[in-house]
Design a protein around this ligand. Structure first.
Ligand SMILES: *[C@@H]1O[C@H](CO)[C@@H](O)[C@H](O)[C@H]1NC(C)=O
Length: 166
């Protein structure tokens, strides 16, 4: 796999190293710091051809949103800009997978540390958009896990749904 220039531009907080590249593909990997993600990339998912979604725990990040620290962000891989996303619960130790329609599902998490709600039963949906008006959709009254889960795992199934287990 060859690394595209946009993908190479990543994050102060994410570390990309050489993972036995010679074994799989020719070419060089390099680590470039070119911008800042605003939140630590505890979890990172490429959610569209041009964007990555970053989730941290509720922590002392530099990015702010709505009068408090942000713990999630969308990184535009082309413009190298970030905008905060707004989960309402703590995503720390959650898991992620994709539905067959491209919507990313983040589930589980941790209790509140600084702000936000307990994320242990949370299910969060994020559908990337081009106009940057989309955000994480999270509503415990509409969808939540049946049990509290710290460090759950999830996997996409053949029918396009996601299995969350822990
Ligand atoms: C994908 O399916 C989920 C669950 O039904 C839904 O909430 C979401 O809006 C859908 N995404 C798209 C892009 O249609």
């Amino acid at each position: 796999m060859k690394v595209s220039p946009t993908f190479r531009s990543l994050l102060a907080s994410a570390v990309f190293g050489s993972i036995a590249t010679a074994q799989y593909a020719p070419g060089q990997w390099s680590l470039v710091q070119d911008g800042h993600s605003g939140v630590s990339a505890l979890e990172l998912a490429i959610v569209s051809e041009t964007t990555a979604m970053i989730l941290d725990k509720v922590e002392h990040n530099s990015l702010q949103t709505d009068g408090h620290i942000a713990w999630a962000a969308e990184l535009d891989l082309v413009t190298r800009t970030v905008r905060p996303l707004n989960p309402t619960s703590n995503t720390w130790c959650g898991t992620g997978s994709f539905l067959s329609n491209g919507t990313m599902v983040s589930s589980g998490g941790h209790r509140v540390v600084i702000t936000g709600r307990n994320g242990l039963a949370a299910i969060r949906l994020f559908t990337p958009c081009e106009d940057k008006n989309c955000d994480i959709i999270e509503d415990d009254d509409v969808r939540r896990m049946a049990s509290l889960r710290w460090y759950p795992s999830s996997v996409r199934l053949e029918d396009g749904s996601a299995l969350i287990f822990g």
